[in-house]
Design a protein around this ligand. Structure first.
Ligand code: SF4
Length: 679
């Protein structure tokens, strides 16, 4: 059987693969060693995903809930009935209609574009996504310091002194926005060849990465941001700074000095449970190295302190002349330069959520606010929701309240290729092709990688006849909804949204490729390893603040930084709950290796529980029961409960403790306790 070149879309790594297809099934998948980004890497999820199109219970025809039963309907009826209901709610209030763009849309760029256009054109700010559970804290901090929420990348390939901060660096491949493996490879390459290159891991857990590092600083769980605050304080007050860079390219150093004053290395070291010399020692070497970088991990960003922690990281980078510089943190334009587009959606001018007045980020409201937008009565209460390519119940915290909220909606429509927990509550389920049944083009994933690559793939499998792509479903529903030209967002955005909401996206893609001087999508599909245009320029200097300088003490963070308090453990909740990802599976409930064993509740043996013993985890948000997995690599204060497995982490991570800037839920240090289950 011939091997077909393609790439995986089970996560945003987009690893290049060689696939064998026999009898309408993918029978083999292997990493493509010639792919410029992934260089042969693949993981067990890719192979597991090959079976998903054939899963029993997969929706393959539109269906409607009638009483307790499902009734299959034709597409025309489905679109007309749903469109009519959407129109009724939209005419009542623009905010009454909402859309949840799930993680599947992160790899379905046509679907993602259409979802954004749908919300803009309908004039509703209620475009929710799980971004707050991934990288929103990072983008909010970058926007505050640099002026636009562009994904800056840590240049581990060139750095002489690299700090990895945040638990689970191995499992998250060094952070949620750097899912490609090229960074790891580049760093290993340079580290092996350049004498003196150092790798420092700051992580509560012992991992393969920490074991191979030059130094492992084992902080308490959930204290990553405090380590960085102490590091910034030490760098500034010991004058380990690049004075010329700070003078010429930054503003706000005196305000920064005031903000950091309480967070001395001594105070922060006590919070982190480490020796003060460990912060000072790292600070000195970080500041004195020619090129240094800090890579934020999931547990820094997915926390109540996510944006402040990321800001402290950027401050360290700016003070030492490593921000927007090769070897530090750089912004890569990639093949298609998105910077001007991103900069045209400033958070400060975006519509806010109705209840908390939380900002939208890149058009998206944090999914963590979804339940309260549905449940809180008042003008603009969310009544009708379309869920596209995701399952809020599996991806967001506060699951019991969210379930109640979804059940109370007047209209819940799910467009997906899997029978998710959210689909089971829906009024309508509209079937979409699985990604192996979908052609795709990815121009933009290089925004997180140092190489400008473009990949396109044809569908490997034929989609069931009654499925429709997400972008088509949204276009048809929008056409049927016929929203009036009023609502939130500026008028020109609403008009642009209406155009893109129903336009022929293939023609748009054709025009964009032509404009960028790239081959056609068909030609790109013929390129077995994608199009590799080499390394991108890592010396882009484009702060888009009004004064074109880096803001060390941005006004947007003033309240959050000045109001900082370290929560003390209480006798009732003496431990810290960590709910980050665990391979194979990452955050995904969707792509799961069927051979993988359930991780249960990870505890250090010192806590006195037995392997397999049933325990209850309690937080102020709720409780769950699960079997113990003893793990000596964990910090003794950690309760480790990975997302997406049988013990639902979303029951104990509530939507009450949120980063006020990004909406990220406290996933890496929430106070908790563990009790043996009686009987
Ligand atoms: S799921 Fe695995 S194989 Fe697929 S893109 Fe992600 S890392 Fe690569």
């Amino acid at each position: 059987m011939p091997e077909l070149p393609t790439y995986c879309r089970a996560c945003e790594g987009f690893c290049g693969l060689q696939a064998t297809v026999e009898g309408g099934r993918i029978t083999a998948l292997a990493g493509d060693p010639h792919n410029p980004k992934s260089a042969g890497h693949s993981c067990s999820l890719a192979m597991a995903s090959a079976a998903e199109p054939h899963a029993s219970g997969r929706p393959t025809r539109p269906r409607k809930r009638v009483g307790d039963q499902w009734e299959e309907v034709d597409w025309q009826t489905a679109i007309q009935e749903i469109g009519l209901a959407l129109r009724k709610h939209r005419n009542h209030h623009p905010r009454a209609v909402g859309l949840y763009a799930g993680p599947e849309l992160a790899t379905d760029h046509r679907g993602a574009l259409r979802a954004a256009a749908f919300a803009l054109g309908a004039g509703t700010p209620n475009l929710f996504s799980p971004l707050a559970m991934y990288g929103a804290s990072r983008l909010r901090a970058v926007e505050a310091v640099v002026g636009a929420p562009v994904p800056l990348t840590a240049d581990v390939g060139r750095s002489h002194y690299t700090i990895l901060i945040g638990a689970d660096q191995d499992n998250s491949r060094w952070g949620p926005l750097q899912s490609g493996t090229i960074h790891t490879q580049a760093h290993q390459y340079f580290r092996a060849r350049r004498k003196g290159t150092k790798l420092i891991v700051v992580d509560p857990q012992v991992t393969p990465t920490s074991a191979s590092a030059d130094e492992h600083i084992r902080i308490r769980p959930g204290t990553e941001a405090w380590f960085l605050l102490g590091l910034a304080h030490a760098t500034l007050n010991n004058n380990w700074i690049d004075e010329q860079y700070v003078r010429d390219y930054t503003v706000g150093i005196e305000t920064l000095r005031e903000w950091l004053a309480p967070w001395t290395p001594k105070v922060c070291a006590e919070i982190c449970g480490i020796d003060v010399g460990e912060i000072a020692g790292v600070g000195l070497k970080y500041g004195r190295s020619a090129m240094s970088t800090i890579v934020p991990g999931a547990s820094l960003l997915q926390s109540e302190m996510g944006t402040v922690g990321m800001w402290a990281l950027l401050v360290c980078s700016a003070l030492t002349a490593n921000l927007l510089r090769p070897g530090g943190h750089y912004e890569t334009g990639g093949e298609i330069d998105l910077h001007p587009v991103i900069a045209s959606f400033p958070t400060e001018r975006s519509p806010k959520s109705r209840v908390r007045h939380q900002d939208s980020l890149l058009l998206q409201l944090p999914g963590t606010l979804l339940a309260e937008e549905i449940l809180e009565p008042g003008e603009g209460q969310l009544k009708a929701l379309i869920v596209a390519g995701g399952c809020p119940l599996s991806e967001l915290p506060g699951r019991p309240r969210l379930r109640h909220a979804l059940e109370s909606l007047e209209l819940l429509v799910v467009a997906d290729s899997v029978d998710s927990d959210t689909a089971k509550l829906a009024d309508w389920v509209l079937p979409t092709p699985h990604f192996w049944e979908r052609g795709d083009l990815h121009l933009l994933d290089n925004a997180a990688l140092p190489s400008a690559t473009v990949q396109a793939t044809a569908p490997l499998l034929e989609a069931p006849a009654q499925t429709r792509p997400t972008h088509q479903i949204l276009a048809e529903l929008f056409g049927e909804m016929r929203p009036p030209l009023r609502g939130h967002w500026g008028r020109h955005l609403r008009v642009s949204g209406r155009l893109v909401a129903t336009t022929d996206l293939d023609a748009w893609v054709h025009r964009i490729l032509d404009w960028a001087g790239l081959p056609s999508e068909d030609t790109l599909r013929q390129m077995p390893h994608g199009l590799d245009n080499g390394e991108t320029d890592r010396s882009n200097w484009r702060p888009t603040t009004e004064d074109e300088r880096l803001h060390l003490a941005p006004e947007a963070l003033a309240d959050a930084v000045k109001g900082l308090q370290h929560p003390q453990p209480t006798p009732e909740h003496p431990l810290r709950l960590r709910t980050t990802r665990r391979p194979p599976g990452g955050w995904s409930w969707r792509h799961r290796d069927p051979e993988a064993s359930e991780p249960g509740v990870g505890l250090h043996p010192d806590l006195g529980f037995e392997e397999g013993q049933l325990v209850r985890i309690l937080t102020t948000a709720g409780s769950v029961v699960g079997p113990v997995r003893l793990d000596e690599s964990l910090h003794p204060m950690t309760v480790d409960l990975p997302w997406g497995w049988a013990v639902p982490a979303g029951d104990v991570i509530g939507d009450d403790l949120l980063d006020p800037l990004s909406g990220a839920a406290e996933c890496s240090g929430r106070p908790c306790r563990v009790e043996p289950l009686a009987g």
